[in-house]
Design a protein around this ligand. Structure first.
Ligand code: DGY
Length: 317
């Protein structure tokens, strides 16, 4: 019987289905795997279902001998925590769960935009502290996003879902940067250069995949050319933004605010961000709804089922 290891608690429906697939070991901790746990898992299981934070780095694959594992069926669309090429060299293939979380993640991006632009977090904090003295015409004036320019960096599935919402929901003009221009079902202007797009955006959304190629893509140089009222929203991976440069840009007023769902050193949030009122901070909520997390789990299991049936898993990366 195939031995399967699931590295985190998952929604009940997913666990129920998983039990039917083989001899399954469920890890009850919510923390990422330690190096020792990863080593043992690679040696003792045929299939591992890992997720964000389980750092299957190049060095793990280089160091571990007698690898039994043949499939890492990642729970999540992003897989920058897995050294895919190093895994393949050791005969371990990798799958992910794209698509099902697109709308949920775009919704969180829009929530971050609105909360930051309209100072919603700040307002709620004020009220909960008992400091609200009542309505008046110049109280807590925020930024009106309707009709403004949304710059989308990364026009993949999630970038397009964000753009769609911004255009059809808020009448925003869409400009974007991605590796190539796309055929889109809404009007949008393509810029080949990141900075050309970021400097024109009133709201700048980061929706590129994480990984070496995009690390610190958004940095001091980019911030220095952005509009001083602009809002930066990141729902991709934390290290796409140089966090120290972001804090400096916010302090200097190079940009007007930020809405962040992800952080460079998750779950550590720098003090500099925590103390700022013009920043909205979420604990990586992108796909966090029961329906979506269930669909992600079912998709990871479907990859496993295909693999067990000798077929190529549908979401091979
Ligand atoms: C994803 O699917 O990439 C989410 O960020 C969780 O990893």
């Amino acid at each position: 019987m195939n031995k399967i290891f699931i590295t985190r608690p998952l929604p009940p429906e997913v666990l129920k289905k998983a039990k039917t697939l083989g001899e399954v070991t469920f890890r009850s901790l919510t923390s990422p795997l330690t190096t020792m746990e990863m080593t043992e898992a690679l040696q003792n299981f045929d299939i591992i279902l890992p997720t964000l934070g389980d750092l299957f780095s190049e060095s793990i694959f280089q160091k571990v001998t007698k690898i039994r594992c043949k499939l890492l069926a990642n729970f999540g669309a992003g897989y920058n925590h897995i050294a895919v090429e190093a895994a393949k060299e050791k005969g371990v293939i990798v799958t992910n769960t794209p698509g099902v979380l697109t709308d949920a993640t775009a919704d969180i991006a829009l929530t971050l935009m609105l909360m930051t632009a309209r100072r919603a977090g700040e307002g709620e904090r004020l009220l909960r502290k008992g400091k609200w003295e009542g309505w008046h015409p110049t109280q807590m004036l925020g930024y009106h996003v309707s009709g403004k320019i949304a710059a989308i960096i990364g026009m993949g599935r999630i970038g397009q879902a964000i753009a769609h919402r911004c255009h059809f929901g808020f009448g925003m003009d869409i400009i974007y940067n991605s590796r190539s221009s796309k055929n889109l079902d809404f009007p949008a202007t393509y810029f080949q250069n990141v900075e050309e797009a970021t400097k024109k955006g009133d709201v700048v959304f980061i929706a590129v995949p994480g990984g070496k190629a995009t690390r610190h893509l958004i940095n001091r140089r980019i911030f220095s050319t952005m509009k001083s009222h602009s809002i930066l929203v990141n729902i991709s991976r934390g290290d796409v933004i140089a966090e120290i440069d972001l804090i400096e840009a916010l302090k200097k007023g190079d940009i007007g605010g930020a809405g962040l769902d992800v952080y460079e050193f998750e779950p550590k949030i720098p003090e500099g961000l925590l103390e700022m009122e013009n920043v909205t901070l979420f604990p990586h909520l992108g796909s966090a709804s029961l329906e979506i997390r269930t669909e992600m789990g079912m998709m990871a299991l479907a990859n496993i089922v295909n693999f067990l049936n000798g077929k190529s898993p549908p979401n091979l990366v």
